[in-house]
Write a protein that binds this ligand. Structure first.
Ligand code: F1P
Length: 363
């Protein structure tokens, strides 16, 4: 296999995979089953590690926005190390454990913590027959989204769509659900020239640092975008809430720092002001938004305009397409293999020796 071939195929396959996941979900009748089973859960806690934790933050934002339930995201390590701080009272609470591999030790141990407390859990994974299936009370195995690359790309966006569909079902948001199901075909059309444009942009530029900026439900995507840059291209990636970037980080602005702006519709004006300000300070900018107006166009060195009619939350997944490709092409340009980042393994499995030396009994 050539370097990054799996990641490239998996990134490009996303709109088709999203459709396959919706079909799979309908065949398994997950949404109605889960709505019935978990209808009394008032608080939803999404738990994961790495990309799966960032996905948890987007899922929690979606659940909060689409339902009358409370929702938040917690890294699995916090469940283990600071359970009282992280979990609170846990009344009518459903922990949702997210793990592509279904094997990450911290997620499995978090499942154990919930089990010991007598709290029922839901899990979502992409690979069958893994330990998470035994640890959780109900596990969704989203096999069409599984991957061969070490880095998570389509598994992230696909699991996000399933959790958004679930949130829409719990919240009785039939219109949102319909729009979400129509999004993949529209996104495929909107994104068709993005691989070429990102590749050409990467070929023509050299950056020392990367910064990802977003607000609200988009913030988890900014974290994931930075992680893709780091994993696939061994680059320094920082993340800020867009308006937070003014409060101290501005000295790093210059042509050699690429600022990624994930512009929302809800707070477009305020975010666009930061974009304009940073452009005036000499930043190089990569802007993703649904519809750009004059200011965003004038301040963007690379612009991806989705132009989708899907409601804002239903557009989260396609926002990641460009940043994933940016990580991949930058890694390839550096002569790396984005499918096999150095020092990384596909799954973080902690062995017994490490557990014995860990400070907390749960680890
Ligand atoms: C989570 C994860 C990945 C990361 C690396 C190690 O895996 O942290 O996000 O890229 O491969 O594992 P999982 O629990 O979702 O399988």
């Amino acid at each position: 296999m050539t370097s990054g071939a799996y990641a490239l195929a998996e990134i490009l396959s996303q709109p088709k995979t999203w459709n396959a996941c919706f079909e799979f979900m309908a065949k398994e009748n997950w949404l109605e089953e889960l709505k019935e089973r978990f209808r009394n859960k008032r608080e939803w806690i999404f738990v994961g590690c790495g990309s799966s934790y960032y996905l948890a933050t987007c899922a929690a934002a979606s659940m909060t926005s689409l339902t009358d339930r409370r929702a938040r995201a917690i890294p699995a390590s916090e469940v283990l190390l600071y359970p009282d701080l992280a979990l609170g009272e846990m009344k009518d609470t459903l922990p949702v454990l997210i793990s592509r591999s279904g094997r990450t030790s911290e997620v499995l141990r978090a499942a154990q913590v919930f089990r010991e407390r007598g709290i029922e859990t839901l899990a979502i994974t992409c690979s069958t027959g893994q330990p998470l299936e035994e640890q959780a009370d109900r596990t969704l195995v989203l096999s069409p989204a599984d991957e061969q690359s070490l880095v998570m790309t389509r598994s992230f966006t696909s699991m996000l769509l399933v959790l958004q569909a679930l949130a829409a079902t719990i919240g009785g948001r039939a219109e949102f659900l319909d729009a979400l199901k129509q999004m993949p075909d529209a996104a495929e059309r909107a994104l068709h020239d993005v691989p070429k444009r990102v590749r050409e942009f990467v070929t023509g530029q050299n950056f020392a640092d990367y910064v990802s900026l977003a607000q609200g439900p988009f913030y988890g995507l900014a974290c994931e975008a930075a992680l893709k840059m780091t994993e696939m291209s061994v680059s320094y990636g920082q993340v800020f809430h867009t308006l937070e970037f003014r409060h101290g980080a501005k000295p790093i602005v210059g042509p050699e720092t690429l600022l990624l702006f994930l512009l929302s519709e809800t707070s477009y004006g305020a975010e666009c002001e930061v974009l304009e300000e940073m452009k005036q300070l000499g930043a190089t900018t990569f802007v993703i938004c649904n519809r750009a107006e004059r200011r965003a166009r004038a301040s963007a060195d690379l612009l991806i305009e989705l132009g989708l009619d899907t409601p804002e939350l239903g557009r989260l997944a396609p926002y990641l397409y460009g940043p994933q490709l940016m990580g991949l092409y930058t890694g390839l340009k550096k002569g790396l293999d984005p499918d096999h980042p150095r020092n990384l393994s596909r799954v973080v499995e902690l062995n017994d020796k490490r557990s014995e030396t860990a400070e907390h009994a749960a680890l």
